[in-house]
Design a protein around this ligand. Sequence first.
Ligand code: C2O
Ligand code: CU
Length: 492
Amino acid sequence: RYSAPMLTRRGFLASAAASATGAMFPISPALPGTAATREISLRAAPGRVRLVPLAETAAWLYNGTVPGQEIRLRQGERLRVAVDNALAEETTIHWHGVRVPNAMDGVPHLTQKPIGAGERFLYEFDAVDAGTFWYHPHQRSFEQVGRGLYGPLIVEEPEPIRVDRDFTWVLGDWRLTKSGAISEDFGNRHDIHHSGRVGNTVTINGRVPDGFTVRKGERIRLRLINAANARIFSLDFAGHEPIVIALDGQPVTPHAPDKGLVVLGPAMRVDLIIDMTGNPGSRASVTDRFYKGLEYQLIDLVYDGTPLRERAPDWPLALPANPLPEPDVGAASRNEVVFNGGMMGEMVAQDMGKSMGLGTPGSMMDNTNSMMGGMMRMMNSSTAWFINGVAADEASHDMKPMLTFEKDKSHIIAMTNATAWHHPIHLHGHSFRVISRNGKPTHHREWQDTVLISPREKVEIAFVADNPGNWMFHCHILEHQASGMMAVFRVA
Ligand code: C2O
Ligand code: CU
């Protein structure tokens, strides 16, 4: 499964020690009897890939592919990754959703010195939770992720549930020109102030897919990872009835998604069980229905001529729990967080059409009243989004903690989205329970690391602050993050 060279422990340590520029930290030797250590290397470098059938695209890649290789290990194993930076700028890797020690979290200037061009850095941590995770840079993410730097990280349960196939779809979203090149308008003001860089080409595992071949009666565990800068998916599986078994890597009571639609904001993951119930020889289109009037057909499920079995198996669906500390909601501290900023008003559908290059019905200035606030802000400042009134400056190298959470205590963060836009809000270093939406308890009290908050919605999350350090808290629409929508939370 590993496409990158597997290094021997000796060879690896020797090469790491030989790197004069890489930031070094002591490596604790594996104790006898402890779980295995996986060693891989990832090299970030420019390269060319075939995203669309008829053209090659210059992109930024890990080990020459997009997504980067699927890193797969067993729960309890240790992962050691040597990252070589062959880009012309600094980078880092963040292990999204993995509860790593602070120094391994990959946030430049906060948890590590960025990896300079030509330098190497060694990440090492234990896979404490089983689940579906991913990795990506945390340095100028809006451009580095948008050019193709991301990959899946799968941690298998010691005894996975039974399925016929366990398959990962990494969803990518690109803004391509007619010749298949990546549009160079990264970080433009329009994207920043609206819904972010929503592209015009969706890829699955780095290709515009033709089809996904399945067999009648087959049970598939489909791990969806939204690696897009900004695109939100609401997937309709065309008459199939997917069952959600994990969100953001964390097991949840198996359930059918609301209205049958599987929703993923940027950075979010959903593990589905799908029983393939179609007839041999048939096709069914998986469609994204998030943007009204701009439905997008993602991929066809293509049924093979031969059924695997006549009816769906009745194997158990529930995953074993991960070792997460349970928050004591009654005793928890309460912290209010309000998100502000962006263009105001009801321009969402119009904006989406524009972002996707589909032409805009009517001129932007038709909507003068609702736009004035946003326009003023746009003209006055390069920051667009605020957390509790503060727009973080990504270029500043010493962000001060906005909130401090007492270590090993329970905390609630009550978040209010006072904007006209959706925001997938991500907390580093911890998973949290989503306990209420607009004052109503959630059905599943799901564990997440990224929660999608609708315009004007209030969401409460609860967690035990058991991982000490300074952690990022930010919107995962990467253009929003880059233009103010992030903060540092301290656990001490
Ligand atoms: Cu996936 Cu702070 O990032
Ligand atoms: Cu946002």
